[in-house]
Design a protein around this ligand. Structure first.
Ligand code: HEC
Length: 107
C-alpha cells in the first residue's frame, strides 16, 4: 500500500515537471531575433495580399490553421520554404517564438 502512494507521488512530481517544461514551447528561441528575421524575409508580403491589408491578421483570424505550438513550427517551416529566403534552421524556432509571443500564445 505504501509503495502505491510513493508511486503516485512520483507520478505527480513527473507530471508537474512536464507541465512546467511546456510553459514555453520555444525555450531556446529569441522572439526578438524572430521578429527581425520575419521582417527581413518579408513574410507578411504574402499574408498581406491574402488577408487584404493587415498581414498579421492571418495569425489571429478565427479560422486560422495553426492550433498548437508544434503546428506553428511546422507552418513556419513550410512558409520559410515558400520564401526561399536565406533563413537558417535555427531561425525557424526564433520566428515561431515571435509569432507565439505576439499572436498565438500557446503554452
Ligand atoms: C509565398 C507566399 C507566402 C510567404 C512568402 C509566406 N507565407 Fe505564410 N502563409 C502563406 C499561405 C498561402 C498560408 C496559408 C493560408 C491558409 O491556408 O489559409 C500561410 C499561413 C501562414 C501561417 C499560419 C496562419 C494560420 O492560419 O494560423 C503562418 C504561421 C505563416 N504563414 C508564417 C509565415 C512566415 C514565418 C513566413 C516568412 C518566413 C511566411 N509565412 C511567408 C503564404 C506565404
Amino acid at each position: 500500500m505504501k509503495l502505491v502512494i510513493k508511486c503516485l507521488m512520483a507520478i505527480t512530481v513527473i507530471l508537474s515537471f512536464s507541465t512546467a517544461a511546456q510553459a514555453d514551447p520555444f525555450p531556446n528561441a529569441d522572439p526578438k531575433v524572430g521578429k527581425k528575421r520575419f521582417d527581413e524575409a518579408k513574410c507578411n508580403a504574402c499574408h498581406v495580399s491574402l488577408m487584404g491589408g493587415d498581414g498579421n491578421r492571418i495569425f489571429t483570424r478565427p479560422e486560422r490553421k495553426v492550433k498548437d505550438a508544434q503546428a506553428l513550427a511546422k507552418m513556419v517551416r513550410f512558409c520559410v520554404s515558400q520564401t526561399g529566403a536565406g533563413i537558417f534552421p535555427e531561425d525557424i524556432d526564433h520566428i515561431a517564438a515571435y509569432l507565439n509571443r505576439d499572436f498565438y500564445k500557446f503554452k
